[in-house]
Design a protein around this ligand. Structure first.
Ligand code: F0G
Length: 353
């Protein structure tokens, strides 16, 4: 059947009325790809949900299509969000599509280049503050209370509604829920959304429930360390968040599912980043790789049993953060003169090696 976007496909599960605009950029319906080598190496069956194939390159499109459609339905003409980058790209894109204005507040210098380029191109009003995401979120929450602007961070319940559809797709793609759902955790909206989605689908189709394994970055691991991190730091800028807005809901998802929330180090994230690209041909941004790093950690510790079926969420496309990618690779492109002999000699040397 022709794909017509999330709102049409999952209408019965979403807060859609006859007045909800038919907004879509054909988000959703993302591939679930089995990992061959990494699965074999760690004696589990891993499938990755490649959310980087969404229209703006991250899972945020699922939530944003719903949040922007509802904002439009309610008569708003401006949306606002704080963002580590992906939310702002999605908000700007869907606002453009819906003929609305987007205002975004971002931490200066801590946004991956691709995401910034997107927000600029989609025509958002961009405010870059000398502060972090948590501080930006506090500001936009406050201003949205007193101004006629719709907040589209994941504290907006429509965001969670849209994002839960990824859990539906995983159940359909696997034929049932996986044993374990591995997912990066930043502001904790997505783990909340997936758990809601798995529960609703199970209620309707008896698809089963996974254990939720969420992974924060070590330098931003508020939930794991049970304290607000005032100055979060991590190479995975998307999850550089020290006071997650959906903290309690994430803890609830963990506890209800008999799962765990743990942290992974930047070194573990970067190792998974390279492993995914080189061994599987899949390029996901660093924050996404926290899910793979976490699986490896929990396999080594025995927190994930051998033979488990695991769905890992790869939240964003690798092209979002070209800078971090290039910095990781020691083997740089070779520059040679425009001379056939020199180039051929070099290539023949590579082939022989
Ligand atoms: N992965 C990526 C690529 C993200 O952009 C985010 C969050 C997460 C994981 C974590 O998801 O916040 O629901 O726990 N990015 C937000 C943003 C904060 O502004 O783009 P979460």
């Amino acid at each position: 059947m022709k794909w017509e976007g999330l709102i049409k496909k999952y209408r019965e599960f979403l807060p859609v009325t006859e007045h909800t605009p038919a907004l879509t950029l054909m988000e959703g319906n993302t591939p679930l790809i089995p990992l061959e080598k990494i699965s074999a190496k760690f004696d589990v069956e891993i499938h990755v949900k490649t959310e980087g194939t969404n229209p703006t390159g991250s899972f945020k499109d699922r939530g944003m299509v719903m949040a922007v459609a509802k904002a439009k339905e309610e008569g708003s003409n401006t949306v606002i969000c704080a963002s580590t980058g992906n939310t702002s790209a999605a908000a700007a894109a869907y606002a453009a599509r819906a003929g609305m204005r987007a205002i975004i507040v971002i931490p200066n210098g801590k946004i991956a280049l691709g995401k910034l380029a997107q927000a600029m191109m989609y025509g958002a009003e961009i405010v870059s503050i000398e502060g972090n995401f948590d501080e930006a979120l506090k500001m936009v929450r406050k201003i949205s209370e007193t101004s006629p602007i719709t907040l589209v961070n994941s504290v907006n319940p429509y965001r969670i509604e849209g994002q839960k559809t990824a859990a539906f797709e995983i159940c359909d793609q696997l034929g049932k829920a996986p044993d374990i759902l591995a997912i990066p955790v930043g502001n904790a909206g997505n783990i909340t959304a997936y758990w809601k989605g798995f529960k609703e689908y199970h209620e309707k189709f008896n698809t089963g429930l996974p254990r939720m394994h969420g992974f924060e970055a070590e330098g931003a691991a508020a939930i794991v360390k049970k304290k607000v991190i005032e100055q979060p730091e991590t190479v995975a800028t998307a999850i550089r968040i020290g006071n997650p807005a959906s903290w309690e809901k994430a803890a609830q998802a963990r506890d209800e599912s008999k799962g765990q929330i743990d942290f992974v180090t930047d070194a573990e994230i970067l190792e998974a980043f390279q492993m995914l690209t080189r061994e599987e041909g899949i390029f996901a941004e660093p924050a996404s790789c926290a899910s793979i790093a976490g699986i490896i950690k929990h396999r080594k510790s025995g927190q994930i049993p051998a033979g488990s079926t695991i769905a890992a969420v790869l939240t964003g496309n690798g092209l979002k953060d070209p800078q971090t990618a290039i910095e990781q690779v020691t083997k740089k492109p070779v520059v040679l003169p425009n001379d056939e002999k020199v180039v051929f000699d070099y290539i023949e040397g590579v082939v022989r090696a």
